[in-house]
Design a protein around this ligand. Structure first.
Ligand SMILES: [Zn+2]
Length: 258
């Protein structure tokens, strides 16, 4: 069975057919999904999904592009409360740095990121990392804040093998999404080949980052199978094996026992 470690199925892009999208995921062999609530709007909609579907879990955190909207103390307390009282909240995320969109100043992003790593260490939750054009500062802050104590996931990893190694050394899993299926994705394919099997994860980031051959259209959790097929091919194992290995890794990482 397949585990989609990163999805946004609460997105308004699914408003007209969400139940069918989730049915298609189950039909494709997906048995667990972690949906990501990342700001004031999407944390409640993510929690609602976890209450409706037994196989959907939540990560909650504050996204770097929304960092300016965070009321630091109040919203940290909100995230902490959800993490410590709701059994289906399995991680803090997605958190990190995004230097591509200039919606939040770098120093604000860094403060919000640091505070959430500190919270994760305090309550013992893994973290889901969003990194866009910020490899150096991500590594620096993860080190300074001793993120290795909790570890977690480098979501839709797009960096070099050197960066991947540093993240592996800090107890992180490396997760691949749709972009690794693209024909010209030389570096992601090389990194996937070298990531140890016991640290490998797969995801969709649906509705974004749609894999080949659906590139350009809306992504959905059923397509995690296409990422699994690419990973199986690169690793030289069967689809069933890659599904089992990445599913076991995800359950261990998130502390899911079902
Ligand atoms: Zn995401």
């Amino acid at each position: 069975m397949l585990f989609d470690t990163h999805a946004h199925l609460d997105s308004h892009k699914f408003d007209s057919d969400r139940d069918e999208v989730i049915e298609r995921a189950l039909a494709a062999g997906v048995d667990t999904i972690v949906n990501i609530g990342f700001n004031r709007e999407t944390i409640p909609t993510t929690m609602a999904l976890t209450e409706k579907y037994p196989f959907i879990y939540a990560a909650v955190g504050w996204h770097p592009t929304d960092a300016v909207d965070m009321k630091l103390e109040e919203d940290l307390a909100w995230i902490e409360r959800l993490c410590t009282t709701h059994p289906k909240v399995v991680a803090i995320g997605e958190i990190g740095l995004d230097y591509y969109w200039d919606t939040s100043p770098k120093d604000v992003q860094q403060t919000v990121f640091r505070e959430q790593i500190r919270l994760a260490r305090r309550i013992g939750k893994p973290i889901v990392i969003h990194n866009r054009d910020a490899h150096e500062d991500i590594v620096k802050l993860l080190k300074e804040e001793r993120a290795s104590e909790v570890g977690g996931i480098m979501h839709c990893f797009s960096g070099s093998w050197e960066t991947a190694q540093i993240c592996l050394d800090m107890n992180f899993h490396i997760s691949f999404g749709g972009p690794v299926t693209f024909k010209n994705a030389r570096v992601p394919k090389e990194v996937l080949e070298r990531v140890p099997l016991d640290r490998l994860l797969i995801e969709t980031d649906a509705p974004y980052l749609t894999p080949h051959p659906h590139r350009g259209k809306r992504n959905e959790s059923a397509y995690v199978r296409l990422v699994a097929e690419t990973a199986a091919e690169i690793k030289g194992v069967s689809l069933e094996e890659i599904a089992k290995i990445t599913g076991d890794n995800a359950r261990r990482c998130f502390g899911i026992t079902r």
